[in-house]
Design a protein around this ligand. Structure first.
Ligand code: ADP
Ligand code: F6P
Length: 483
């Protein structure tokens, strides 16, 4: 029986070792949380890295890692610490990530990292080739694996291969600065169908292909000597029912079954009944605009002191990629900003920012989504931003205001949110005031439209659309060959 093989750098499960025993937790990040529902319902096997280096897993536990992975239809690919350094912390997150998010000043060009990136991509491709049987469909994900499609194609010319990029694709003028731009484009072009979250990323990619590789591009089709490659946009959705149901369950809870976090949130509301909670949730990443957001909040409080004790920013930042210097620097900057602003504005009854630097269980995320009246998401660049969608899905009574950066892919589908430019503090400050005073009827009107769209274009629909388009592309390719 044929199957779908999903490949992403990180598996949806994160393995750690506690007291000589394996512990499994869900991975954080849009790709893992989004694709998990597709994987759960379908006949697929998911290949990826389980989150520990080869050296960190004792010999006698290696088999158990594979067993744990197998329980969830996953196959673990083990990477050494040198591979993780060069491939993951190196080329993926010090070259491609900053470049594709327009942080050119952070982008490094390190030949050794590039060589390791190639080796690790080959390692992933080899694992896929081991598992591959005629008739299988291969779906490769994201910027860590740009070379894999062509590595598979070289060995299995007839394979059906899809590729989806979960981060922005930059404009040609930015992409062209990459020393290995030709190899990267050729790597991706091994796929039959290449998907992006937005039409803009799709156009940028096509423009780079036509200008760098000089291939013929007609609308969204690229003609290679032996086949046609199709490029399209598929904005990723969320598992809407899961978030909606979790919110409904949350409201059913009695005071005894409530989480500790929820009890604290409730207490806060009792203590200052008219204070509104402003939520922000992200991985601690410089692309997410966390430092800008805190500065914009300071700007808001400085110029509008009447909101002191009337609002509170609840900021959850999940540790991420802390071996990369910019992430460590950002951590220090955020710690210092939070300390400074809390020191500057706090009163005996009130702290302006509640800052959590950790991952949280799903239940606590739902507590935050359902309790905070305003969500403030201000990425400087973001491929999609699923948090924005999850916030809206949990607002089952349709109240709540989403303030969202125009730089997030999600903004293209969420016009009813208050859309802002994160670099414009005055605009962010005005949006906070508008959100604070927005009548319930208007909130409900806006969220009704947003929810309708998110419910319809769920993650299941996203995956189905991609798979359907992949099959059609393949049929057209076979027809093209027979001409
Ligand atoms: P990215 O993929 O860049 O991390 P997204 O906003 O698209 O950004 O996705 C983040 C995902 O991670 C969301 O699905 C969100 O629910 C999940 N997430 C964020 N913070 C936490 C956390 N503290 N604990 C668990 N999951 C989290
Ligand atoms: O969305 C981009 C992305 O890199 C995804 O591939 C991943 O789900 C998420 O960010 C988290 O990144 P990492 O795997 O580096 O923790």
């Amino acid at each position: 029986m044929s199957k779908t093989i999903i490949l992403s750098n990180r598996l949806p499960l994160q393995i750690s070792i506690e007291n000589d025993k394996l512990d499994v937790t869900p991975s954080v990040g849009g790709l893992a949380t989004g694709l998990k529902s597709f994987h759960k319902d379908g006949d697929s096997v998911w290949v990826g890295w389980p989150g520990l280096t080869e050296e960190e897993i004792p010999e006698d536990l290696k088999e158990d890692v594979q067993k744990k992975a197998k329980e969830e239809n996953c196959v673990a690919v083990h990477l050494t610490s040198a591979e993780i350094d060069g491939f993951y912390y190196g080329f993926s997150n010090r070259t491609v990530w900053p470049l594709f998010h327009y942080f050119m000043e952070y982008t490094e060009s390190d030949e050794e990292h590039w060589q390791i990136y190639k080796q690790v991509n080959q390692k992933y491709a080899d694992k896929i080739l081991e598992l591959y049987k005629d008739g299988d469909v291969i779906w490769v994900h994201d910027y860590q694996l740009l070379l894999v499609p062509n590595m598979i194609r070289e060995q299995e010319p007839e394979a059906v291969i899809g590729f989806f990029n979960h981060i922005p694709f930059p404009s040609y003028e930015v992409f062209r600065t990459l020393p290995w731009r030709d190899e990267v484009l050729k790597g991706v072009l091994g796929a039959d169908l290449i998907g992006f979250h937005t039409y803009d990323y799709e156009r940028h990619f096509l423009s780079s292909v036509s200008r760098i590789l000089r291939h013929q591009v007609d609308f969204n089709e690229i003609t290679l000597p032996d086949r046609i490659v199709k490029v399209d946009s598929f904005p990723m959705g969320i598992d809407y029912r899961k978030f909606e149901q979790a919110a409904l369950d949350h409201f059913e809870k009695t005071s005894e079954t409530k989480s500790e976090l929820q009890r604290r949130l409730d207490h806060h509301l009792d203590a200052t009944p008219d204070a509104k909670l402003i939520l922000s949730i992200d991985r601690l990443d410089y692309t997410k605009g966390i430092a800008h957001r805190i500065r914009a909040y300071e700007y808001f409080l400085d110029r509008n002191p009447e909101y002191i004790e009337k609002v509170r920013l609840v900021m959850l930042a999940v540790p991420s990629r802390s071996n990369v210097p910019q992430y460590r620097r950002l951590k220090r900057e955020v710690d210092e900003l939070v300390g400074r602003i809390n020191g500057k504005f706090s009163t005996v009854n009130w702290t302006p920012i509640w800052y959590f630097y950790r991952s949280m269980p799903f239940e606590n995320l739902i507590d935050l989504y359902t309790t905070c009246e305003i969500a403030l998401l201000t990425p400087i660049r973001d491929g999609m931003n699923l948090v924005a969608k999850e916030y809206i899905a949990t607002r089952t009574d349709k109240t709540g205001v989403l303030i969202l950066s125009e730089m997030a892919g999600a903004a293209h589908e969420m016009n009813e949110a208050l859309i802002i430019n994160p670099n414009n503090f005055e605009q962010v400050s005005e949006a906070l005031k508008t959100a604070f005073h927005m009548p319930k009827e208007e909130q409900m009107e806006r969220n009704k439209m947003l929810q309708k769209r998110l419910r319809r274009y769920s993650v299941e629909k996203w995956a189905q659309d991609f798979m359907k388009a992949l099959r059609t592309t393949r049929e057209n390719r076979d027809a093209f060959k027979s001409i």
